[in-house]
Design a protein around this ligand. Structure first.
Ligand code: PLP
Length: 441
């Protein structure tokens, strides 16, 4: 009996069920992964008990001699993981997660109601990049800052850099965000930089989704062009649930008269994280970051990231060969966006039936969707499956399962009526759905 089982069998039972769910099914949510036992050991360690507000060597609490060493190690390894020169780049490893990290970046760099431009949520951006709807400011980043999102071209699914450039000229943002939650192609950081420079804006890259691929050096890195880079550490990077912010030190630009304008963002970012937004750092997570960044330097990690992309490409090719429409026609990274409009299924129905057969994914808007509430696609990612050891031939089998499930969804939709609840009820009783689930599990 574990301590938890003894003390709280109810909760212990729920964790057991969740563990079994994670084991039985196919985890295809693009932002998820299975972190290592070494990272989990940090997350469940005594470091959790310690308060350490402030930075190493400048704490508001005593007893931090080992915590200081752990945070310094995490900082050093984070810089090493991305081959960054500590003279040119600094890092803060304290953000609790990706969203607080991003909010700290904005509050550190700019004043309330300053202007920001990020990729629109329905086009593949993240909530924290300034999302709002015609009737409501949804994200705090659109409430406290003035946001003008940029879009993808609805016919190609690719970011419309020309429109971004033209709008930035008029809107004059102080921050341009280059980051994605659902976009399967490389970002053109050079172009982003040019647009930022033309408007004297900061270029902020949020590499949350792709930070594992960047660390492995298999996709373009934002560090050459960005002023600030944030990431979560639990997605492709496969570390603990946490966030990290990298910021440039040194020269920002050289003026026409030869004067150097120096970056002054280190202190502002650090102060935005604490005491601006957060209190005590999560030392257990910081230790997990240190371990994850060490793992990111191993040859196995590079092989893993390569396999993630190979698997995503295979998934894309397989679904295309079955007649599915993949937004942008394929992928360069760890995820694909399947446009289900031609498959006769909505995103919600696709997500539901896949979940019923134990394939976890999420419904997602596709370029040109009229409503974010009723999206037409599903986003599928390969990081978690690849951690479980799946390679291309296994992905071929996954394609068969997904195709079988979506075909069933179409068939059931045709008879179950227009309401999602009716569809769900019909799926729940369908023998073919249950048989497919048994096969997958
Ligand atoms: N930034 C991007 C690009 C993301 O995709 C996400 C999460 O999905 C976040 C930030 C936010 O991270 P968190 O969920 O840890 O707050």
């Amino acid at each position: 009996h574990s301590k938890l089982e003894e003390l709280d069998p109810e909760l212990h039972g729920l964790i057991k069920k969740e563990k079994s769910r994670q084991r039985r099914g196919l985890e295809m949510i693009a932002s998820e992964n299975f972190t290592s036992l070494a990272v989990l050991e940090c997350m469940g360690s005594c470091l959790h008990n310690k308060y350490s507000e402030g930075l190493p060597g400048q704490r508001y609490y005593g007893g931090n001699q080992f915590i200081d060493q752990i945070e310094i190690l995490a900082q050093k390894r984070a810089l090493e993981a991305y081959n960054l020169n500590p003279e040119e780049w600094g890092v803060n490893v304290q953000p609790y997660s990706g969203s607080p990290a991003n909010f700290a970046v904005y509050t550190g760099l700019i004043q309330p109601h300053s202007r920001i431009m990020g990729l629109d949520l329905p086009d593949g951006g993240h909530l924290t990049h300034g999302f709002f709807t015609p009737t409501k400011k949804i994200s705090a980043t659109s409430i406290f800052f003035e946001s003008m999102p940029y879009k993808v071209n609805p016919s190609t699914g690719l970011i419309d850099y020309d429109a971004l450039e033209a709008n930035a000229k008029l809107f004059k943002p102080q921050v341009i965000i280059a980051g994605i939650s659902c976009y399967s192609r490389y970002l053109d950081y050079k172009r982003f930089r040019q647009i930022a420079d033309a408007n004297d804006a900061y270029l902020f890259a949020d590499m949350a989704h792709i930070s594992g691929l960047v660390a492995a050096g298999i996709i373009p890195s934002p560090f050459e062009y960005a002023d600030v880079v944030s990431t979560t550490t639990h997605k492709t990077l496969r570390g603990p649930r946490a966030g990290v912010i990298f910021f440039r030190k040194g020269v920002r630009k050289v003026k026409a008269n030869g004067d150097k304008v120096m970056y002054d963002i280190e202190g502002r970012i650090n102060q935005a994280v604490f005491p601006g937004l957060q209190g005590g750092p999560h030392n257990h997570a910081i230790a997990g970051i240190a371990v994850a960044m060490k793992q990111a330097k191993t040859p196995e990690f590079v092989e893993y990231q390569k396999q993630v992309v190979l698997n995503a490409k295979r998934l894309s090719d397989g679904l295309i060969s079955k007649g599915y429409n993949i937004v942008t026609g394929g992928t360069d990274v760890h995820l694909i966006l399947v446009d289900l409009r031609s498959a006769g299924v909505t995103g919600a129905r696709g997500e539901y039936i896949l979940e019923e057969v134990s394939i976890a994914c999420n419904k997602n808007t596709v370029p040109g969707d009229k409503s974010a509430l009723n999206p037409s696609g599903v986003r599928l990612g390969t990081p978690a499956l690849t951690t479980r050891g799946l390679v291309e031939k296994d992905i071929d089998q996954v394609v068969e399962y997904i195709d079988a499930a979506l075909k069933l969804a179409k068939k059931i939709s045709e008879t179950s009526g227009p309401k999602l609840v009716d569809f769900k009820a019909a799926v729940d009783q369908n023998k073919d759905v249950l048989a497919l689930r048994d096969q997958i599990e």
